[in-house]
Structure formats: structure tokens, C-alpha cells
Design a protein around this ligand. Structure first.
Ligand code: GAR
Length: 190
């Protein structure tokens, strides 16, 4: 059984969707949630599914020590970031080589980097009159949104799209593809 931890700071819709997808899976199980926001939706999602949730403070030492300890205690094999807004420390990246992935709500390398998260990304895409946007699933390395790209899917951006509407289209793609890509990665390579 491969044991996954999901990290999130937001609403938790991806976390919820991933948990549902793997609920009765033979080889993959969600065993831990990690968040840096005491009010994050992901905490409710964890409670509803009886998955332990680690809530961390926003400073580096806490991130390093507490997360590493809890991941080890829970025998975690693979880390899935779903709207987690803190930078992952290099100690964690080194402990989980090619086993930490992230989803980004745009077609990287465009619209990535610090400050580019959630609705900010969609606002920037619309401001530049892009006609296409999408999702990127990538490995996590020391630079924000710069790890090797694993998968992308596209959607059209229409002239009248609002940031909210675009975010709905993107989340639909995220929910459609993130669990499948996680499953493929873990089943084929781990
Ligand atoms: C997702 O759209 C994800 O792509 C984005 O945060 C949202 C979290 O939604 N992540 C980033 O912007 C990372 N740079 P959720 O909490 O409903 O899963």
C-alpha cells in the first residue's frame, strides 16, 4: 500500500476529490493532511474522512521539523500539493526525491512563481488576453513552479470570462485529471 499525504492551504476541493477517488483503492491510500491555515477547508475534509491533519505554523523550522517527523511517523511515501502556498523546504524535497508533486492552475512556465496562486493567476491570464489556459501537474523542486512538468491539460479562455468563471473551468480540469495522474505516477514508478 502506498501512503499519500495531501498538503493544502485553501478550500480543499482537490483534496476532497482525491480522497474520494482513492477511497476503495487496492494500492493507494490517503493517510495524512497537512495545512498551514487554521481555517482551511482541507481540515474539514480531513475530519469528514477521519484522516489526521497536521496544522503547522508559518515559519521554516516548524515546516521542516514537524512535517518531516509526521511524514515519517505516518510512513508516507508520496506527497501531493493541492493549493499549498508555502515553499517546500529542501530537506523535505531531498527526503522525497521525485515523490512530491504540485498542481498549478495555468500552463507553466507561464503564470508561475511567487504570488501566482489561485485567482491571481486567472486575473493575469485574462489581463493578457490569453485565449488558452489550463492546468500543470509537476514535480516540486526548490524553485516555485519550476519542477519537471508531468502533465498539462488546456481549456479555452473566452473574451467574456471572469476570473471566477475561468477558475471554475480550471478546477473542473484539476478534478478530472489530478487523481488519475497521481495513480499513474505511483503505479508505474513507485
Ligand atoms: C487549485 O486551483 C490549485 O491549482 C491552486 O490552488 C487551488 C486550490 O484549490 N494552486 C496554486 O495556485 C498553486 N500555485 P482547492 O483548495 O479547492 O483544492
Amino acid at each position: 500500500m502506498k501512503r499519500i499525504a495531501i498538503f493544502g492551504s485553501g478550500r480543499g476541493s482537490n483534496a476532497k476529490n482525491i480522497i474520494e477517488y482513492f477511497k476503495f483503492h487496492k494500492n493507494i491510500s490517503i493517510k495524512l493532511m497537512v495545512t498551514n491555515k487554521s481555517g482551511a477547508g482541507i481540515i474539514t475534509v480531513g475530519k469528514e474522512n477521519k484522516i489526521p491533519t497536521l496544522i503547522i505554523e508559518d515559519h521554516k523550522q516548524d515546516l521542516n521539523d514537524k512535517i518531516l517527523k509526521t511524514l515519517t511517523e505516518n510512513l508516507i511515501d508520496f506527497v501531493v500539493l493541492a493549493g499549498f502556498l508555502l515553499k517546500i523546504p529542501s530537506t523535505l524535497i531531498n527526503k522525497f526525491p521525485n515523490c512530491i508533486i504540485n498542481i498549478h492552475p495555468a500552463l507553466l512556465p507561464k503564470y508561475g512563481g511567487k504570488g501566482m496562486y489561485g485567482i491571481n493567476v486567472h486575473k493575469a491570464v485574462l489581463k493578457n488576453n490569453e485565449t488558452v489556459s489550463g492546468i500543470t501537474i509537476h514535480f516540486v523542486n526548490e524553485d516555485y513552479d519550476k519542477g519537471e512538468i508531468i502533465f498539462q491539460a488546456k481549456c479555452s479562455v473566452l473574451p467574456n470570462d471572469s476570473p471566477k468563471l475561468l477558475s471554475k473551468k480550471i478546477q473542473k480540469l484539476e478534478h478530472q485529471f489530478y487523481p488519475i495522474i497521481i495513480e499513474k505516477l505511483i503505479t508505474n514508478e513507485h
